[in-house]
Design a protein around this ligand. Sequence first.
Ligand code: AMP
Ligand code: GLY
Length: 429
Amino acid sequence: MNILLLGSGGREHAFAWKIVQSPLCAKLFVAPGNAGTADIAENVAIAATDFKAIHQFILSHSVELVVVGPEEPLVKGLVDYLHSQPETNKIPIVGPSQLGATLEGSKDFSKRFMLRNQVPTAAYETFTAEQIEEGLAYLETQSLPIVLKADGLAAGKGVLICQTLEEAKESLKEMLLEAKFGDASSKVVVEEFLTGIELSVFVATDGKSYKILPEAKDYKRIGEGDTGLNTGGMGAVSPVIFADKAFMKKVEELVVKPTISGLEKEKIDFKGFLFIGLMNKDGEPFVIEYNVRMGDPETEAVLPRIESDFVELLLGIGTGTLEDYDLRISSQYATTVVMVSGGYPGSYEKGFPISFPESSQNSVIFHAGTARNSSNEIVNQGGRVIAVTGLGDTLDEALESAFSTVGKISWNKAYFRKDIGQDILKLMN
Ligand code: AMP
Ligand code: GLY
């Protein structure tokens, strides 16, 4: 079948890499893609949010399956749009409806969903500009630190962890009264701070059945030892040692099952990937957030561990037949190291040619922000540029494979964290 994949990051290169390995894929198109997807599929110059152009392309290229990588088109209603057009109203799409995507698009909506369905999460209250006085008074009654979250999408920047009451009050005013995060902070969720170890859990669902994919740990900060500014993610490890069988059983019973049955009960159409950000607090899972897509760079560590046919999985999701899918996971370790442009997550220079090794033993090189220049050289084009995933029978081996390949990739001012996986190695010893 012809498949259309939307997006342009490392996550999408990993999706593409996995999709083209399947005998079910005749032709893969990626819109808009990057220099890595161009090598294994056909890039199409259409933005992932250009609904009309996507619809046209599906018709003109006999696309039979659409896979949506990022959240933006989902939150903007791509699935509802395609399903409202007569020619595409039955096409299988991996990605939830606009209402389903609200689980990521509105923190207040997702907190209310969790409460209605008894999913464990931090205590919270939501405030609007009209309720600023109540909000400030509420802060006085809470312990510190306290978490303030812009309700809407804020490019990963909308969460503030405030250490003092003064800082919390000031931030609440800036968010509600001065639109610190634009429209996204017209509502603010004020939430209890959870202590523990964070974990990303990925669930494939067709809205009725579900399959739990390998879990992963993400490294969000730019600096080693988890210091400095937040980024999209600087690395990932899968499996995660502190997510043992007993903990994952609790996650399934207390979080995954009530979430999926809540979607069904509330008639929220959700065929896609649900990414559950969790805190392991003394062995108990608490949901920090839902995302309605796979994580990046977690996908680059999770997908190489899936042994069963990936297109069959995608079809199971899109056609509502996931129950019949036999998910097989490799016991290998996968570790992903993200290489970024110097200066990221602040401003950075683009257009430096990237040199690659001839071979990459026991590792896979995924492209994120790369493009070809007019001389056909591959250059850095975004903040996160390359994600290298190393594989091995042990975490040590996987890390060695990843870093050995990273050491052979270079461009002017490239940066990466050398401590990916070290915290987990320590926990293991
Ligand atoms: P989010 O944008 O929702 O992914 O939040 C960004 C990060 O803030 C999360 O990955 C956590 O590390 C942290 N965070 C969010 N909510 C809480 C909370 N209630 N307690 C502790 N940390 C949190
Ligand atoms: N790595 C975190 C995310 O994809 O949101």
